[in-house]
Design a protein around this ligand. Sequence first.
Ligand code: CTP
Length: 465
Amino acid sequence: MIKQILNNKIFKTISEIADKNEIEVYVIGGFVRDYFLNRPSKDIDILVIGSGIDFSLKVAEELGIKKVSKFKTFGTSMFKYKNMEIEFVGARKESYSRESRNPIIENGTLDDDQKRRDFTINAMAFSLNKANLGELLDPFNGTGDLNEKIIRTPLNPDITFSDDPLRMLRAIRFATQLNFELDELVFNSIQKNKERINIITKERIVEELNKILLSPYPSTGFILLDKTGLLNEFFPEFVNLKGTETINGTSHKDNFFHSLEVVDNLAKKTDNLWLLWAGLLHDIGKPKSKRYNEKTGFTFHAHEIIGGKMVVNIFKNFKMPLNEKLNYVKKLVELHLRPIAIVKDVTDSAVRRLLFEAGNDIDDLMKLAEADITSKNEAKVKKYLSNFEIVRQKLIEIEEKDKLRNWQPPITGEEIMEFLKIKPSKDVGIIKNKIKDAILDGEIKNTKEEAFKYMSNQAKKLGLL
Ligand code: CTP
Protein backbone atom coordinates (compact mmCIF):
# COMPACT_ATOMS: atom_id res chain seq x y z
CA MET A 1 0.00 0.00 0.00
CA ILE A 2 2.53 2.59 1.11
CA LYS A 3 4.89 1.36 -1.62
CA GLN A 4 2.23 2.26 -4.16
CA ILE A 5 2.05 5.81 -2.82
CA LEU A 6 5.84 6.08 -2.74
CA ASN A 7 5.80 5.13 -6.41
CA ASN A 8 4.32 8.57 -7.21
CA LYS A 9 6.45 10.87 -9.32
CA ILE A 10 7.39 13.18 -6.44
CA PHE A 11 8.53 10.42 -4.08
CA LYS A 12 10.22 8.51 -6.89
CA THR A 13 12.26 11.55 -7.85
CA ILE A 14 13.24 12.17 -4.21
CA SER A 15 14.25 8.50 -3.81
CA GLU A 16 16.39 8.52 -6.95
CA ILE A 17 18.21 11.70 -6.01
CA ALA A 18 18.72 10.44 -2.45
CA ASP A 19 20.30 7.20 -3.67
CA LYS A 20 22.37 8.88 -6.37
CA ASN A 21 23.86 11.23 -3.75
CA GLU A 22 23.98 8.61 -1.01
CA ILE A 23 21.84 10.66 1.34
CA GLU A 24 19.39 9.17 3.84
CA VAL A 25 15.93 10.63 3.25
CA TYR A 26 12.54 10.04 4.89
CA VAL A 27 8.98 11.24 4.67
CA ILE A 28 8.01 12.18 8.23
CA GLY A 29 5.39 13.84 10.45
CA GLY A 30 1.83 14.70 9.44
CA PHE A 31 1.92 12.82 6.13
CA VAL A 32 2.78 9.53 7.85
CA ARG A 33 0.25 10.11 10.65
CA ASP A 34 -2.47 10.93 8.13
CA TYR A 35 -1.59 7.88 6.04
CA PHE A 36 -2.46 5.66 9.02
CA LEU A 37 -5.57 7.72 9.76
CA ASN A 38 -6.70 7.42 6.15
CA ARG A 39 -6.81 11.18 5.82
CA PRO A 40 -5.57 12.62 2.54
CA SER A 41 -2.59 14.89 3.14
CA LYS A 42 -1.41 17.68 0.89
CA ASP A 43 1.61 18.64 2.95
CA ILE A 44 4.64 16.42 2.67
CA ASP A 45 7.55 16.82 5.10
CA ILE A 46 10.82 15.39 3.84
CA LEU A 47 13.56 14.77 6.38
CA VAL A 48 17.09 14.79 5.05
CA ILE A 49 20.03 13.48 7.06
CA GLY A 50 22.17 16.40 5.96
CA SER A 51 21.19 19.76 4.51
CA GLY A 52 17.48 19.98 3.71
CA ILE A 53 17.95 23.11 1.59
CA ASP A 54 20.72 21.68 -0.62
CA PHE A 55 18.75 18.51 -1.20
CA SER A 56 15.54 20.40 -2.04
CA LEU A 57 17.38 22.36 -4.74
CA LYS A 58 18.47 19.14 -6.42
CA VAL A 59 14.91 17.79 -6.39
CA ALA A 60 13.48 21.08 -7.66
CA GLU A 61 15.96 21.11 -10.53
CA GLU A 62 15.04 17.58 -11.55
CA LEU A 63 11.33 18.43 -11.49
CA GLY A 64 11.86 21.70 -13.37
CA ILE A 65 10.59 23.78 -10.46
CA LYS A 66 11.90 27.36 -10.42
CA LYS A 67 10.44 28.76 -7.22
CA VAL A 68 11.92 27.32 -4.01
CA SER A 69 11.36 29.25 -0.77
CA LYS A 70 14.33 28.97 1.57
CA PHE A 71 14.22 29.72 5.30
CA LYS A 72 17.87 29.73 6.28
CA THR A 73 17.32 30.36 10.03
CA PHE A 74 15.06 27.34 10.25
CA GLY A 75 17.15 25.25 7.86
CA THR A 76 14.06 24.48 5.81
CA SER A 77 12.87 25.03 2.27
CA MET A 78 9.62 24.51 0.47
CA PHE A 79 8.18 24.29 -2.99
CA LYS A 80 4.81 23.56 -4.49
CA TYR A 81 4.38 20.58 -6.74
CA LYS A 82 0.99 20.09 -8.38
CA ASN A 83 -1.42 20.78 -5.49
CA MET A 84 1.03 19.68 -2.81
CA GLU A 85 3.43 21.58 -0.56
CA ILE A 86 6.73 19.80 -0.15
CA GLU A 87 8.84 20.94 2.80
CA PHE A 88 12.44 19.83 3.29
CA VAL A 89 14.23 19.88 6.60
CA GLY A 90 17.66 18.71 7.73
CA ALA A 91 17.68 16.33 10.72
CA ARG A 92 18.25 18.22 13.96
CA LYS A 93 20.22 17.25 16.97
CA GLU A 94 18.68 19.88 19.15
CA SER A 95 15.26 21.24 19.80
CA TYR A 96 12.85 21.60 16.90
CA SER A 97 11.67 25.10 17.65
CA ARG A 98 10.32 27.88 15.55
CA GLU A 99 10.64 30.35 18.41
CA SER A 100 14.37 29.83 18.78
CA ARG A 101 16.49 32.62 17.37
CA ASN A 102 19.60 30.47 17.22
CA PRO A 103 20.55 28.94 13.92
CA ILE A 104 19.43 25.36 13.46
CA ILE A 105 22.04 22.67 13.97
CA GLU A 106 21.57 20.14 11.24
CA ASN A 107 24.01 17.40 12.13
CA GLY A 108 21.48 15.05 13.72
CA THR A 109 20.55 11.49 12.90
CA LEU A 110 17.04 10.26 12.18
CA ASP A 111 16.74 9.19 15.79
CA ASP A 112 17.91 12.60 17.11
CA ASP A 113 15.33 14.32 14.97
CA GLN A 114 12.42 12.03 15.87
CA LYS A 115 13.08 12.53 19.60
CA ARG A 116 12.79 16.29 19.21
CA ARG A 117 9.39 16.23 17.52
CA ASP A 118 6.16 17.10 19.29
CA PHE A 119 4.16 13.89 19.56
CA THR A 120 4.75 10.19 19.03
CA ILE A 121 2.07 10.18 16.32
CA ASN A 122 3.97 12.97 14.52
CA ALA A 123 7.40 11.37 14.84
CA MET A 124 6.92 8.40 12.52
CA ALA A 125 8.86 8.16 9.27
CA PHE A 126 8.88 6.07 6.09
CA SER A 127 12.23 5.50 4.46
CA LEU A 128 12.62 6.78 0.91
CA ASN A 129 15.95 5.03 0.15
CA LYS A 130 15.76 2.02 -2.16
CA ALA A 131 17.43 -0.36 0.31
CA ASN A 132 14.49 -0.13 2.73
CA LEU A 133 11.89 1.80 0.75
CA GLY A 134 8.63 2.16 2.69
CA GLU A 135 10.03 0.81 5.93
CA LEU A 136 8.27 2.40 8.92
CA LEU A 137 10.58 3.89 11.54
CA ASP A 138 8.51 4.37 14.64
CA PRO A 139 10.76 4.33 17.71
CA PHE A 140 8.13 5.77 20.09
CA ASN A 141 5.26 3.52 19.10
CA GLY A 142 3.23 6.21 17.35
CA THR A 143 1.11 3.55 15.62
CA GLY A 144 0.24 2.11 19.04
CA ASP A 145 -0.81 5.58 20.23
CA LEU A 146 -2.88 6.07 17.08
CA ASN A 147 -4.72 2.86 17.88
CA GLU A 148 -5.11 3.83 21.52
CA LYS A 149 -6.16 7.33 20.48
CA ILE A 150 -3.77 9.04 22.81
CA ILE A 151 -1.49 12.08 22.57
CA ARG A 152 1.97 11.28 23.97
CA THR A 153 5.31 13.02 23.63
CA PRO A 154 8.47 11.17 22.56
CA LEU A 155 10.43 12.54 25.53
CA ASN A 156 9.38 13.68 28.97
CA PRO A 157 6.67 16.26 28.10
CA ASP A 158 8.41 18.94 30.19
CA ILE A 159 11.32 18.77 27.74
CA THR A 160 9.15 18.53 24.63
CA PHE A 161 7.09 21.54 25.73
CA SER A 162 10.07 23.63 26.74
CA ASP A 163 11.44 23.17 23.20
CA ASP A 164 8.32 24.89 21.91
CA PRO A 165 5.51 25.82 24.35
CA LEU A 166 3.00 26.09 21.49
CA ARG A 167 3.04 22.31 21.56
CA MET A 168 0.87 22.43 24.70
CA LEU A 169 -1.83 24.01 22.58
CA ARG A 170 -1.08 21.68 19.67
CA ALA A 171 -1.60 18.68 21.97
CA ILE A 172 -5.10 19.91 22.79
CA ARG A 173 -5.76 20.81 19.16
CA PHE A 174 -4.83 17.31 17.93
CA ALA A 175 -6.88 15.71 20.73
CA THR A 176 -9.87 17.79 19.59
CA GLN A 177 -9.45 17.22 15.85
CA LEU A 178 -8.85 13.50 16.19
CA ASN A 179 -11.02 12.78 19.22
CA PHE A 180 -7.96 11.54 21.14
CA GLU A 181 -7.18 11.80 24.84
CA LEU A 182 -4.21 13.49 26.42
CA ASP A 183 -1.81 11.15 28.16
CA GLU A 184 -1.83 11.90 31.89
CA LEU A 185 1.82 12.98 31.83
CA VAL A 186 1.02 15.37 28.99
CA PHE A 187 -1.98 16.82 30.83
CA ASN A 188 0.00 17.32 34.03
CA SER A 189 2.90 18.87 32.20
CA ILE A 190 0.63 21.40 30.47
CA GLN A 191 -0.83 22.31 33.86
CA LYS A 192 2.66 22.79 35.24
CA ASN A 193 4.12 24.73 32.28
CA LYS A 194 1.06 26.74 31.23
CA GLU A 195 2.66 30.15 31.80
CA ARG A 196 5.25 29.41 29.15
CA ILE A 197 2.55 29.85 26.49
CA ASN A 198 3.05 33.59 26.97
CA ILE A 199 6.28 33.56 24.96
CA ILE A 200 4.35 32.40 21.90
CA THR A 201 3.07 34.93 19.37
CA LYS A 202 -0.67 35.57 19.34
CA GLU A 203 -0.82 34.66 15.65
CA ARG A 204 0.37 31.12 16.32
CA ILE A 205 -2.04 30.74 19.25
CA VAL A 206 -4.98 31.88 17.12
CA GLU A 207 -4.00 29.47 14.36
CA GLU A 208 -4.49 26.63 16.83
CA LEU A 209 -7.73 28.10 18.23
CA ASN A 210 -9.07 28.30 14.68
CA LYS A 211 -8.27 24.63 14.14
CA ILE A 212 -10.04 23.75 17.39
CA LEU A 213 -13.10 25.76 16.30
CA LEU A 214 -13.16 23.94 12.96
CA SER A 215 -13.16 20.52 14.67
CA PRO A 216 -16.28 18.35 14.95
CA TYR A 217 -16.70 19.16 18.68
CA PRO A 218 -14.82 22.36 19.52
CA SER A 219 -16.04 22.17 23.14
CA THR A 220 -13.64 19.27 23.80
CA GLY A 221 -10.71 21.57 23.11
CA PHE A 222 -11.94 24.52 25.15
CA ILE A 223 -12.74 22.29 28.11
CA LEU A 224 -9.23 20.83 28.01
CA LEU A 225 -7.75 24.31 27.63
CA ASP A 226 -9.67 25.34 30.70
CA LYS A 227 -8.92 22.26 32.80
CA THR A 228 -5.21 22.58 32.19
CA GLY A 229 -5.32 26.30 33.01
CA LEU A 230 -3.93 27.23 29.61
CA LEU A 231 -7.05 29.15 28.57
CA ASN A 232 -6.78 31.63 31.42
CA GLU A 233 -3.26 32.50 30.28
CA PHE A 234 -4.34 33.96 26.95
CA PHE A 235 -8.14 34.24 27.01
CA PRO A 236 -9.32 35.25 30.52
CA GLU A 237 -12.43 36.97 29.10
CA PHE A 238 -13.74 33.58 28.06
CA VAL A 239 -12.92 31.91 31.39
CA ASN A 240 -14.94 34.70 33.06
CA LEU A 241 -18.08 33.22 31.55
CA LYS A 242 -17.74 30.26 33.86
CA GLY A 243 -19.93 29.57 36.84
CA THR A 244 -23.48 29.98 38.03
CA GLU A 245 -24.89 31.91 40.95
CA THR A 246 -28.04 31.44 42.97
CA ILE A 247 -29.75 34.19 44.95
CA ASN A 248 -33.07 33.55 46.71
CA GLY A 249 -33.58 30.38 44.74
CA THR A 250 -33.09 31.92 41.27
CA SER A 251 -29.99 31.10 39.29
CA HIS A 252 -28.58 31.74 35.84
CA LYS A 253 -26.99 29.29 33.45
CA ASP A 254 -23.25 28.71 33.17
CA ASN A 255 -22.39 30.82 30.16
CA PHE A 256 -19.06 29.11 29.56
CA PHE A 257 -20.66 25.73 28.90
CA HIS A 258 -23.61 27.34 27.15
CA SER A 259 -21.27 29.16 24.72
CA LEU A 260 -19.46 25.91 24.02
CA GLU A 261 -22.74 24.11 23.36
CA VAL A 262 -23.64 26.85 20.88
CA VAL A 263 -20.29 26.40 19.10
CA ASP A 264 -20.81 22.62 18.97
CA ASN A 265 -24.27 23.17 17.49
CA LEU A 266 -22.83 25.51 14.88
CA ALA A 267 -19.96 23.15 14.07
CA LYS A 268 -22.57 20.65 12.85
CA LYS A 269 -24.00 23.20 10.42
CA THR A 270 -21.10 25.26 9.15
CA ASP A 271 -17.42 25.41 8.35
CA ASN A 272 -17.48 29.19 8.34
CA LEU A 273 -14.74 30.00 10.85
CA TRP A 274 -16.12 33.48 11.53
CA LEU A 275 -19.60 32.22 12.30
CA LEU A 276 -17.96 29.83 14.78
CA TRP A 277 -16.12 32.77 16.36
CA ALA A 278 -19.44 34.63 16.60
CA GLY A 279 -20.91 31.60 18.38
CA LEU A 280 -17.99 31.47 20.77
CA LEU A 281 -18.24 35.18 21.59
CA HIS A 282 -21.99 35.80 21.41
CA ASP A 283 -22.41 36.04 25.21
CA ILE A 284 -18.95 37.38 26.03
CA GLY A 285 -20.53 40.58 27.43
CA LYS A 286 -22.64 38.74 30.00
CA PRO A 287 -20.31 38.86 33.02
CA LYS A 288 -19.96 42.65 32.68
CA SER A 289 -23.69 43.24 32.35
CA LYS A 290 -24.90 40.85 35.04
CA ARG A 291 -27.24 42.36 37.67
CA TYR A 292 -29.58 40.88 40.24
CA ASN A 293 -32.96 42.32 40.91
CA GLU A 294 -35.47 41.09 43.53
CA LYS A 295 -38.33 41.15 41.04
CA THR A 296 -36.75 39.94 37.80
CA GLY A 297 -33.88 37.80 39.08
CA PHE A 298 -30.66 37.91 37.07
CA THR A 299 -30.52 40.21 34.06
CA PHE A 300 -27.90 40.75 31.39
CA HIS A 301 -29.15 43.98 29.84
CA ALA A 302 -27.23 45.18 26.79
CA HIS A 303 -24.82 42.26 26.97
CA GLU A 304 -24.91 42.07 23.19
CA ILE A 305 -23.71 45.69 22.88
CA ILE A 306 -21.03 45.27 25.55
CA GLY A 307 -20.12 42.00 23.81
CA GLY A 308 -19.79 43.76 20.44
CA LYS A 309 -17.27 46.17 21.97
CA MET A 310 -15.37 43.33 23.61
CA VAL A 311 -15.14 41.54 20.27
CA VAL A 312 -13.11 44.47 18.90
CA ASN A 313 -10.67 44.29 21.81
CA ILE A 314 -10.37 40.52 21.60
CA PHE A 315 -9.59 40.72 17.88
CA LYS A 316 -6.99 43.42 18.55
CA ASN A 317 -5.40 41.49 21.38
CA PHE A 318 -5.26 38.28 19.34
CA LYS A 319 -3.88 40.21 16.35
CA MET A 320 -6.77 38.91 14.29
CA PRO A 321 -7.85 40.70 11.10
CA LEU A 322 -9.40 44.10 11.82
CA ASN A 323 -11.41 44.08 8.63
CA GLU A 324 -14.76 42.86 7.37
CA LYS A 325 -14.31 39.62 9.38
CA LEU A 326 -14.28 41.63 12.59
CA ASN A 327 -17.30 43.66 11.44
CA TYR A 328 -19.14 40.45 10.66
CA VAL A 329 -18.46 38.85 14.07
CA LYS A 330 -19.29 42.10 15.88
CA LYS A 331 -22.53 42.49 13.96
CA LEU A 332 -23.66 38.92 14.65
CA VAL A 333 -22.86 39.30 18.36
CA GLU A 334 -24.81 42.57 18.50
CA LEU A 335 -27.81 41.14 16.65
CA HIS A 336 -27.87 37.64 18.15
CA LEU A 337 -30.99 38.25 20.26
CA ARG A 338 -33.06 39.79 17.50
CA PRO A 339 -34.43 36.65 15.82
CA ILE A 340 -35.62 35.38 19.22
CA ALA A 341 -37.26 38.73 19.91
CA ILE A 342 -39.02 38.50 16.57
CA VAL A 343 -40.34 35.04 17.39
CA LYS A 344 -42.37 36.75 20.10
CA ASP A 345 -43.60 39.46 17.76
CA VAL A 346 -43.47 38.57 14.06
CA THR A 347 -44.59 41.88 12.57
CA ASP A 348 -43.68 42.95 9.05
CA SER A 349 -41.86 45.99 10.32
CA ALA A 350 -39.71 44.03 12.82
CA VAL A 351 -38.76 41.58 10.06
CA ARG A 352 -37.99 44.44 7.65
CA ARG A 353 -35.71 46.06 10.21
CA LEU A 354 -33.83 42.85 10.84
CA LEU A 355 -33.36 42.28 7.12
CA PHE A 356 -32.07 45.81 6.72
CA GLU A 357 -29.62 45.53 9.63
CA ALA A 358 -28.35 42.01 8.98
CA GLY A 359 -28.16 42.41 5.20
CA ASN A 360 -26.52 39.44 3.51
CA ASP A 361 -25.63 37.91 6.88
CA ILE A 362 -29.24 37.20 7.76
CA ASP A 363 -28.94 33.45 7.10
CA ASP A 364 -25.88 33.19 9.33
CA LEU A 365 -27.64 35.19 12.03
CA MET A 366 -30.55 32.76 11.91
CA LYS A 367 -28.13 29.84 12.23
CA LEU A 368 -26.53 31.48 15.26
CA ALA A 369 -29.89 32.20 16.88
CA GLU A 370 -31.00 28.58 16.37
CA ALA A 371 -27.74 27.25 17.76
CA ASP A 372 -28.27 29.52 20.77
CA ILE A 373 -31.27 27.44 21.90
CA THR A 374 -29.64 25.03 24.30
CA SER A 375 -32.44 24.38 26.75
CA LYS A 376 -32.51 20.92 28.30
CA ASN A 377 -36.29 20.97 27.92
CA GLU A 378 -36.94 19.24 24.60
CA ALA A 379 -40.48 20.51 24.21
CA LYS A 380 -39.23 24.06 24.64
CA VAL A 381 -36.48 23.58 22.05
CA LYS A 382 -38.97 22.12 19.60
CA LYS A 383 -41.33 25.03 20.06
CA TYR A 384 -38.58 27.58 19.50
CA LEU A 385 -37.33 25.81 16.40
CA SER A 386 -40.78 25.66 14.87
CA ASN A 387 -41.27 29.35 15.67
CA PHE A 388 -38.00 30.03 13.89
CA GLU A 389 -39.45 28.31 10.85
CA ILE A 390 -42.24 30.89 10.90
CA VAL A 391 -39.65 33.69 11.08
CA ARG A 392 -37.73 32.17 8.17
CA GLN A 393 -40.91 32.02 6.09
CA LYS A 394 -41.68 35.62 6.94
CA LEU A 395 -38.12 36.63 6.04
CA ILE A 396 -38.51 35.04 2.61
CA GLU A 397 -41.90 36.67 2.10
CA ILE A 398 -40.76 40.17 3.04
CA GLU A 399 -37.49 39.83 1.16
CA GLU A 400 -39.34 38.84 -2.00
CA LYS A 401 -41.70 41.74 -1.61
CA ASP A 402 -39.36 44.49 -0.43
CA LYS A 403 -35.85 43.34 -1.48
CA LEU A 404 -34.33 44.74 1.68
CA ARG A 405 -31.12 42.71 1.94
CA ASN A 406 -28.85 45.34 0.45
CA TRP A 407 -31.32 48.12 0.53
CA GLN A 408 -30.38 51.78 0.87
CA PRO A 409 -32.96 54.50 1.58
CA PRO A 410 -34.12 56.17 -1.67
CA ILE A 411 -32.77 59.63 -0.73
CA THR A 412 -29.06 60.23 -0.14
CA GLY A 413 -27.48 62.67 2.30
CA GLU A 414 -26.49 64.91 -0.65
CA GLU A 415 -30.05 65.05 -1.89
CA ILE A 416 -31.28 66.02 1.57
CA MET A 417 -28.73 68.85 1.80
CA GLU A 418 -29.59 70.12 -1.65
CA PHE A 419 -33.34 70.00 -1.07
CA LEU A 420 -33.20 71.73 2.31
CA LYS A 421 -30.28 73.99 1.36
CA ILE A 422 -28.34 73.01 4.45
CA LYS A 423 -24.70 72.12 5.08
CA PRO A 424 -23.50 68.73 6.43
CA SER A 425 -24.89 68.59 9.98
CA LYS A 426 -26.66 66.46 12.56
CA ASP A 427 -30.01 67.38 10.97
CA VAL A 428 -29.08 65.54 7.76
CA GLY A 429 -28.62 62.32 9.74
CA ILE A 430 -31.84 62.86 11.66
CA ILE A 431 -33.87 63.34 8.49
CA LYS A 432 -32.19 60.39 6.79
CA ASN A 433 -33.04 58.14 9.72
CA LYS A 434 -36.62 59.30 9.84
CA ILE A 435 -37.08 58.45 6.17
CA LYS A 436 -35.49 55.04 6.69
CA ASP A 437 -37.69 54.31 9.73
CA ALA A 438 -40.85 55.40 7.96
CA ILE A 439 -40.14 52.99 5.11
CA LEU A 440 -39.15 50.10 7.36
CA ASP A 441 -42.22 50.64 9.54
CA GLY A 442 -44.43 50.63 6.43
CA GLU A 443 -45.62 54.22 7.00
CA ILE A 444 -44.64 55.23 3.49
CA LYS A 445 -43.75 53.33 0.32
CA ASN A 446 -40.18 52.68 -0.72
CA THR A 447 -40.21 55.29 -3.51
CA LYS A 448 -38.36 58.55 -4.10
CA GLU A 449 -41.62 60.40 -4.53
CA GLU A 450 -43.11 59.37 -1.17
CA ALA A 451 -39.77 59.87 0.53
CA PHE A 452 -39.50 63.47 -0.74
CA LYS A 453 -43.04 64.24 0.38
CA TYR A 454 -42.30 62.77 3.80
CA MET A 455 -39.01 64.67 4.03
CA SER A 456 -40.65 67.96 3.31
CA ASN A 457 -43.24 67.37 6.07
CA GLN A 458 -40.61 66.35 8.60
CA ALA A 459 -38.38 69.31 7.71
CA LYS A 460 -41.28 71.67 8.31
CA LYS A 461 -41.84 70.09 11.73
CA LEU A 462 -38.18 70.58 12.57
CA GLY A 463 -38.33 74.17 11.39
CA LEU A 464 -35.94 73.51 8.52
CA LEU A 465 -38.32 74.56 5.78
N1 CTP B 1 6.43 19.77 14.64
C1 CTP B 1 6.94 19.73 15.92
N2 CTP B 1 6.70 20.76 16.78
C2 CTP B 1 5.95 21.82 16.40
C3 CTP B 1 5.44 21.89 15.10
C4 CTP B 1 5.68 20.82 14.24
O1 CTP B 1 7.59 18.78 16.27
N3 CTP B 1 5.73 22.81 17.25
C5 CTP B 1 6.74 18.65 13.71
C6 CTP B 1 5.80 17.47 13.82
O2 CTP B 1 6.55 16.31 13.55
C7 CTP B 1 4.78 17.72 12.73
C8 CTP B 1 5.65 18.35 11.64
O3 CTP B 1 6.63 19.11 12.37
O4 CTP B 1 4.17 16.54 12.27
C9 CTP B 1 4.90 19.26 10.70
O5 CTP B 1 4.27 20.29 11.39
P1 CTP B 1 2.92 20.99 10.93
O6 CTP B 1 2.92 21.12 9.46
O7 CTP B 1 2.73 22.19 11.77
O8 CTP B 1 1.81 19.98 11.42
P2 CTP B 1 1.24 18.64 10.83
O9 CTP B 1 1.63 17.54 11.74
O10 CTP B 1 1.53 18.49 9.40
O11 CTP B 1 -0.32 18.83 11.08
P3 CTP B 1 -1.29 20.01 10.60
O12 CTP B 1 -1.11 20.16 9.14
O13 CTP B 1 -2.62 19.52 11.01
O14 CTP B 1 -0.87 21.22 11.37
